[in-house]
Design a protein around this ligand. Structure first.
Ligand SMILES: Nc1ncnc2c1ncn2[C@@H]1O[C@H](COP(=O)(O)OP(=O)(O)O)[C@@H](O)[C@H]1O
Ligand code: SF4
Ligand SMILES: [Mg+2]
Length: 329
């Protein structure tokens, strides 16, 4: 025995992202993004198209190309994902962190059967024999709702519907029991009738495994129903974050209100955006990026950038609800 167990120690978060910035040439696509993901938690990343949601997910996977990345992303037990050598990152992908992409049809390799793609991921990452990997693949297909799982192993991606392809992607992403799953609008390419099924499937499968999930969504209502915490992103910055109920019911940022009042449907390609335009990345104002569209703007808003400030909700002083606004609601 080398140490004394610590009683009541606060559990370590699984992931701490600190001051993540991404530059593409002169454009700052992400600006000092901070977020924390607890173990077993589902965090929704919400914001309209172009806000930088996919950039966050891709940066965490180490898959961003042609961009300069700054900041830290500490994954428990691993260190800073953003500075890991690529060899180590390749090892982590699948085993500790994995991603479900927007378009499963594009993410799957059309030249191989879906069974081969899943079985090779299992063999590569878990070192299973061909036979064990095949058995596990059948179990995984069944667990994500693929009927006649054994026969489906020999299907090529184009022989499956969009919903089935996405189920295959979910199976591949979960195959090695990762600690963190990144789901980047995984239903936006699907038929409306099956979107909710796939969202439920991803959430139930992640929870059943005790994994954490960053769920990229357009839809604030869906985020609040299905996720523990919400981060609202606007023009590459976090403008509000906190427990899902607080962000939905006690929002403080005017942009969160506008997101709430937009008529949203699950899986729309583009959020029905508030009026006005988002400033372009190479000419961001020095102050609040939402100022050009904000009905509550004050003279100082265009000149000074509001910092993320604790909301100090009456109900629960310990809540980590925070917002970035000079004139909050
Ligand atoms: N490969 C790329 N090259 C240049 N700009 C990009 C690239 N990928 C994304 N961007 C820009 O970065 C911004 C954020 O994009 P993205 O992360 O895809 O937003 P979201 O996922 O929230 O819709 C957008 O303005 C987009 O045009
Ligand atoms: S800082 Fe000013 S412009 Fe920005 S959201 Fe708040 S009130 Fe609106
Ligand atoms: Mg995206």
């Amino acid at each position: 025995m080398t140490g004394t167990p610590t009683l009541n120690a606060a559990p370590q978060p699984l992931l701490i992202v600190d001051d993540l910035s991404v530059h593409r040439g002169a454009a700052k696509i992400l600006d000092r993004v901070k977020l924390t993901v607890e173990k077993g938690e589902t965090l929704a990343l919400v914001g309209e198209s172009g806000a930088g949601k996919s950039t966050i997910a891709t940066a965490l996977m180490g898959l961003l190309t042609g961009a300069k990345v700054e900041g830290h992303a500490e994954l428990e037990g691993t260190g800073d994902l953003l500075s890991l050598p690529s060899k180590q990152l390749v090892k982590l992908r699948g085993q500790r962190i994995s991603m479900i992409f927007q378009d499963a049809g594009a993410a799957l390799n059309p030249a191989y059967t879906v069974g081969r793609q899943l079985i090779s991921a299992l063999r590569r990452n878990l070192g299973l024999s061909r036979r064990d990997a095949r058995e596990r693949a059948i179990d995984l297909f069944s667990s994500v709702g693929i009927n006649d799982a054994e026969a489906r192993l020999s299907a090529f991606p184009h022989q499956l519907s969009g919903g089935m392809q996405q189920r295959v992607m979910v199976a591949i992403a979960l195959a090695c029991n990762p600690d963190l799953l990144l789901a980047d609008e995984p239903t936006s390419a699907l038929d409306v009738t099956i979107q909710a099924q796939i969202v439920r499937l991803i959430l139930s499968q992640t929870r059943a495994r005790g994994a954490s999930c960053i769920f990229v969504l357009h839809d604030l209502a869906l985020a609040s129903q299905s996720c523990d915490r919400i981060v609202v992103l606007y023009a590459g910055q976090v403008v509000e974050c906190g427990p899902a109920r607080d962000v939905l019911e006690r929002h403080r940022h005017p942009y969160t209100r506008q997101l709430k009042s937009c008529v949203l449907e699950i899986g729309r390609q583009d959020l029905e955006a508030p009026e006005g335009t988002v400033p372009s990345h190479d000419s961001m104002p020095p102050g609040c990026r939402f100022a050009t569209r904000c009905p509550r703007a004050l003279p100082r808003c265009a000149a000074e950038m509001p910092p993320l400030t604790p909301a100090c909700d009456d109900r629960d002083g310990a809540s980590d609800h925070a917002f970035a606004c000079w004139n909050p609601e």
